[in-house]
Design a protein around this ligand. Structure first.
Ligand SMILES: Cc1ncc(C[n+]2csc(CCOP(=O)(O)OP(=O)(O)O)c2C)c(N)n1
Length: 530
């Protein structure tokens, strides 16, 4: 067996069915071995997009995502998805080629210090060799899948790839190491006492809660009638149509209302809350009761609070009766939040952003997976998309990197072929990777894309205006996104009529077809909602 074959086998044995990437000559043998081992290679058009799609695909399948790229420029293009998976807690194994370590020192063509570049963001950074291949891949897979999820990065030179394997080491997967934890019964009693004293408790649920905890977490909040807010990365874990849902915290639309609500609370419980998502400093200033069963993505533990295992903790919280009754203490904030969604478009021929949410949430079936890109539209969808099911909302929020939405939609659709997928992007982000629509068509991953067209990097344009700077270089000319879609083999439509959009979307979903809807918006309308 060759080293590349051993790597491929270790990946296949971990149950991974697809690897994503963009090849170079140096990784062809590895890709071929993956094929022989039954791991499909999803060929994409940029390594950054491949890395994002891989991580979403992996996380939805409860396994590491795998991305393969060549050395030098291919590896350099992985910086964005590696940074994203690092901060946004997505499990990713990146494997690239590299110049063999014993090449002449003058052989610098495509030679980058790849391990040094990625080491600060990766759990395992190493070279795959004929004598460590199985053990190294196993270690890397385990490490990136250890919570909080993260990244492992391995290099394999084209020369070592074809060498025979020298030694078979231990196999994936030995399971996560154990950690000292606080006593769940004592922590539950403490929380019960605090809730009994509070009149306006608010539970803030974040990225550190496993989707599997959704049923018991929902039951706890429901039985105790606790008001709750979520961060964007866990939208859908809880039911956002519940009367106790206060809103989405951490920098989305209506954030002023959310910060007012946080300040009005007399007890804040940060259940799995990871400050990586929060763009303000209230997480450090307000007295939050942290209830974490893992450190956050970067290894920080706020206030050195002891970790507590969420499973027994929730069981303890659910034993016995609710400590007291609350009388919808955040009703005023919930109303203010809802009111911001109402309005009319600020320019003829454009659609009011609130109408986009309303029309799409009625048109798309319940359980639809939504992905967003980064920009004003992310704030809109992050706050107002009414998520009800775990793992149905995906955005880059820890890193907040543009060009996430479309790639995430491909990963999500490949992981959940039977679930409709909706991708919301700005016209700026769409122009970074619209060509992946062709990938989606080719690999059989149809989804709906809504491009909010305002011919500007509107979020940054609004920020420029807020800072009272000269309006400068934030606008661009239109690209015909309908033709762009058609050029990739996807049907396109431009409309500012919500009913026409809804009708087209429902038709495409019913026919399991891709559709790109270009929706003109007026950038200044976002200001009314932020
Ligand atoms: C890779 C990357 N580059 C730049 C930024 C900074 N940035 C954040 S939002 C934004 C504008 C996005 O514009 P567009 O995609 O049109 O969305 P809109 O804000 O108009 O909704 C920019 C440039 C970023 N987050 N990520």
């Amino acid at each position: 067996m060759t080293t590349a074959a051993a790597v491929a086998q270790a990946i296949a044995e971990a149950g991974i069915k697809k690897a994503f990437g963009l090849p170079g000559g140096e990784v062809l043998v590895l890709i071929d071995e993956l094929r022989k081992a039954g791991v499909d290679f999803v060929l994409m058009r940029h390594e950054a997009n491949a890395g994002i799609a891989a991580a979403v695909y992996g996380k939805l399948n409860r396994q590491p995502g795998v991305v393969i790229a060549t050395l030098g420029p291919g590896a350099a293009n992985l910086l964005l998805p590696i940074a994203n998976a690092y901060l946004d807690q997505e499990p990713l194994l990146a494997i690239t080629a590299q110049i063999p370590g014993d090449y002449p020192i003058t052989h610098t063509h495509q030679l980058l210090p790849l391990h040094d570049i990625f080491r600060p963001m990766c759990r395992v950074v190493d070279t795959i060799t004929p004598s460590n291949a199985v053990e190294k891949v196993g270690e890397a897979l385990s490490a990136c899948f250890d919570r909080p999820y993260g990244v492992s990065y391995l290099t394999l030179s084209a020369r070592d790839a074809v060498k025979p394997l020298l030694m078979i080491g231990p196999k994936y997967h030995e399971g996560p190491p154990t950690r000292p934890m606080a006593n769940p019964a004592a922590r539950a009693a403490d929380l019960r006492a605090r809730c009994a004293m509070a009149e306006r408790p608010l539970v803030l649920v974040g990225l550190g809660v496993e989707p599997e905890r959704a049923p018991s977490l929902r039951r706890w909040l429901d039985e105790w009638q606790l008001p709750f807010a979520v961060t964007p990365k866990v939208k859908g874990l809880l039911d956002e149509t519940s009367e106790n849902f206060v809103g989405v915290i951490s920098g989305m639309a209506a954030d002023g209302v959310m910060v007012d609500a946080l300040n009005a609370a007399d007890l804040l419980i940060g259940f799995g809350l990871d400050p990586v998502e929060i763009d303000k400093t209230w997480h450090a200033e307000l007295p939050i009761q942290w209830v974490l069963d893992e450190r956050n993505a970067t290894g920080v533990l706020p206030n050195d609070t002891p970790l507590v295992n969420h499973v027994p903790l929730l069981a303890e919280l659910l034993a016995g009766r609710a400590p007291r009754k609350y009388d919808r203490p955040f009703a005023m904030f919930q109303e203010r939040r809802r009111d911001l969604l109402n309005g009319t478009a600020g320019a003829p021929g454009t659609m009011w952003p609130g109408d986009i949410i309303r029309a799409l949430s009625e048109a798309m079936p319940s359980g639809t997976i939504v992905t967003t890109d980064v920009g004003s539209h992310k704030y809109l969808f992050g706050q107002y998309w009414p998520s009800c099911h775990p793992e149905t909302f995906w955005m880059s929020n820890g890193l907040s990197g543009m060009a996430y939405g479309l790639s995430a939609a491909i990963g999500a659709k490949l992981a959940r072929p039977d679930v409709p997928v909706l991708c919301a992007v700005g016209d700026g982000g769409f122009s970074m990777n619209a060509q992946e629509l062709e990938t989606a068509e080719r690999v059989g991953a149809p989804f709906i894309t809504v491009v909010l067209e305002d011919c500007s990097y509107s979020l940054i344009k609004l920020s420029q205006e807020n800072k009272k700077l000269e309006p400068y270089r934030m606008d661009f000319r239109p690209i015909d996104n309908v033709k762009m879609a058609e050029a990739c083999g996807v049907e396109g439509l431009r409309t500012s009529n919500p009913d026409e959009m809804a009708e087209a979307v429902m038709r495409a979903v019913a026919q399991s077809k891709s559709l790109v809807v270009a929706v003109p918006v007026h950038y200044a309308d976002y200001r009314k909602m932020f």
